[in-house]
Design a protein around this ligand. Structure first.
Ligand code: UDP
Length: 170
């Protein structure tokens, strides 16, 4: 009596993390990846990626009206970034987006040093522009950013499985 309908379970929630050019240039990639693992995130994909100015402009197109946009684009295209796709937990991991943003801390690294000294931006960032890390700020942005960096990536299904048909040795 198989169920005739699709058994496509929910996909895992994922977020896109970026170790930005300042932190890559300063040699912090390994230390930051260790922090990612220590905090219980799974790394589903990663690559070093040098953004062109055109790509940086596209990635941050929702910031195009900000006065800091040109500076931000030049910064993001100033050297290689290290891009990661993160998930968390064996359920759908819906909290991964907020948890990653909590761990990176406030966007202004000087504020982070005061208010969240354990955060990654406090430890590896410089100011409100060169702040070492990025995290998607919503499910919609994570989906968009995933498609931008890893267009062929298939988000895994949540691992929550029905408890059935366990093999038994007799
Ligand atoms: N940024 C900047 N100057 C500002 C605010 C932001 O250069 O006054 C940069 C900074 O690198 C930040 C990015 O623009 O990470 C995107 O800004 P957003 O407000 O989306 O912050 P985030 O989501 O990265 O915390």
């Amino acid at each position: 009596e198989e169920a005739g309908e699709e058994d496509a379970g929910p996909q895992k929630e994922v977020t896109v993390a970026i170790i930005k050019p300042d932190a890559v240039q300063a040699g912090h990639v390994e230390d930051i990846i260790q922090r990612v693992k220590d905090a219980g995130f799974e790394i589903l994909a990663q690559e070093e990626r040098m953004l062109t100015e055109e790509e940086a402009r596209e990635f941050y197109s929702h910031k195009a009206d900000e006065e800091f946009f040109d500076e931000l684009v030049a910064f993001m295209a100033s050297g290689p970034s290290h891009v990661l796709v993160l998930s968390k937990g064996d359920d759908a991991g819906a909290e991964v987006i907020d948890e990653w943003r909590k761990i990176i801390g406030p966007f202004d690294s000087t504020v982070a040093k005061e208010e969240a000294p354990d955060s990654l931006r406090a430890q590896y960032g410089t100011d409100k522009s060169m702040n070492a890390l990025h995290g998607s700020d919503s499910h919609e942005m994570a989906t968009r950013e995933l498609a931008f960096f890893f267009p062929n990536f298939q988000i895994p299904k949540s691992e929550a499985k029905p408890a059935e048909k366990r093999l038994q040795r007799t």
